[in-house]
Every structure is written in structure tokens, then in C-alpha cells.
Design a protein around this ligand. Structure first.
Ligand code: HEM
Length: 193
């Protein structure tokens, strides 16, 4: 008998996720050497973020921020329960994952905004060129440093995210990556559509 499944991640969330992962990777790797590719990937990240922020307000059940944004204390409690092997299974994002997602979204937002500012001040290009164009050298340097800091900080969060996904997949004996591809998770006893 085939196992019953439930739709958890809608197409917007899935396309957003894999496009974001790809665009971030391209932006990170292209850095200074391929400026047009780097800017294109950065704008793509920003566009995806804006779509996801809107979808977090009006999207399907598990896509909404109200479904997965919890106070840090709850996230810590969930992590502790996970380590003790007694964490509850969530169909959507668990409280610790939710906190990490908010951290990644904010860090990506800061990275893209400071990237656009750097483009304006260094190259006199992009939407902030008018505002940043004539800025003194030390401002240009500081903007670039802050942009690099957030890019590296995002990478650190992504590593934490990947460890978290792997860890939770083991703890709950389910393939979370497959669920983010197909959108579906197997239903377990006591769970309903
Ligand atoms: C091969 C690399 C990656 C894998 C395998 C992966 C896997 C996943 C999985 C399984 C989830 C769902 C977690 C859950 O069940 O609660 C998820 C969510 C998420 N991941 Fe990743 N991820 C990857 C790369 C990235 C990267 C590079 C970023 C950011 C730049 C990222 C950002 C996110 C975000 C923002 C969510 C929340 C999705 C949403 O609700 O819209 N991921 N990821």
C-alpha cells in the first residue's frame, strides 16, 4: 500500500528556495571577477527575497511567517529537545529552522542592499548611483567591507542551515531535502490533512 502524503511546500516556496540557493552561490563565486554576472545574481536574490517576504504574508499555510516564526526561547527549547531525542515533528519549519530562515533572509537582504550601494559608489551604476556616486573614498571602502561581511555571514548561516537540515532529517527519520523538491511529506499516525 502506498504511503499517504501531505502537500507542505507550495510551488512558490520550492522555486524560491532552489533559485535562491543557485543565485546566492553564483553571486558568491562570481564576486569581483565577473561584475555583470555578480550584479545580475545579486538582483535576482533581491527579487526573490521580495517575493518571499510578500508570500510570507499572503501565501499558503506553511509558507506564512505566522506558521514558523517563534520566539528565540522556543527555538532553543526545540534544539534542546532535538538533542535529547524528544523533539516534536513539525510539518512546516520547526522553531529553530524558522529562526535560522529569518536570520538568512535578513542577512541576504543586508547583503543585497549594501551590494547595490557598493555598485553605486564604486562603479557609479545601479539605482543608488545618484545618491552614492560622489561619496568619499572611505565611504566606498566601508560600504564594500560591510557588503563582504554580510556575504560571508550569510555563507556561515547557510552552513548552519545545511547542518540543521541534515540533523533534523536524521532525528525525525525523514528526507527534508526530498520534501523541498516534491513539496510533499509522508503523513504519520495522528496527523491529518
Ligand atoms: C544544496 C543546498 C541546500 C539544501 C539541500 C537545502 C535544503 C533545505 C531544506 C530541506 C529546507 C526545508 C527545511 C525544513 O524542512 O524546515 C530549506 C529551507 C530553506 N532554505 Fe535551504 N537548502 C540549501 C541551500 C540553501 C541556500 C544556499 C540558502 C540561502 C542562500 C537557503 C535558504 C533557505 C531558506 C530561506 C529556506 C526556507 C524556505 C521557505 O520557507 O521559503 N538554502 N532548505
Amino acid at each position: 500500500m502506498s504511503q499517504q502524503t501531505i502537500r507542505v511546500w507550495d510551488p512558490v516556496v520550492r522555486v524560491f528556495h532552489w533559485s535562491l540557493a543557485g543565485a546566492f552561490l553564483i553571486a558568491y563565486l562570481s564576486e569581483d571577477d565577473f561584475l555583470s554576472l555578480h550584479s545580475f545574481a545579486g538582483y535576482t536574490v533581491l527579487g526573490l527575497l521580495l517575493i518571499r517576504l510578500l508570500w510570507g504574508l499572503i501565501g499558503t499555510r506553511h509558507a506564512r511567517f505566522t506558521d514558523f516564526v517563534r520566539p528565540p526561547g522556543e527555538a532553543l527549547g526545540y534544539l534542546k529537545d532535538s538533542l535529547l531525542g524528544r523533539a516534536k515533528r513539525y510539518l512546516g519549519h520547526n522553531p529553530a529552522g524558522g529562526l535560522m530562515i529569518i536570520a538568512m533572509l535578513l542577512s541576504l537582504l543586508f547583503t543585497t542592499i549594501t551590494g547595490i550601494a557598493t555598485l553605486g559608489v564604486e562603479e557609479g551604476a545601479g539605482p543608488l548611483a545618484g545618491m552614492m556616486g560622489g561619496a568619499p573614498r572611505f565611504i566606498a571602502k566601508a560600504t564594500e567591507e560591510v557588503h563582504e561581511f554580510f556575504a560571508n555571514f550569510t555563507l556561515l548561516l547557510v552552513l548552519g542551515h545545511l547542518i540543521g537540515v541534515l540533523f533534523e532529517s536524521v532525528v525525525h527519520r525523514e528526507n527534508l531535502v526530498r520534501a523541498m523538491i516534491s513539496g510533499d511529506k509522508p503523513l504519520r499516525d495522528g496527523e491529518s490533512q
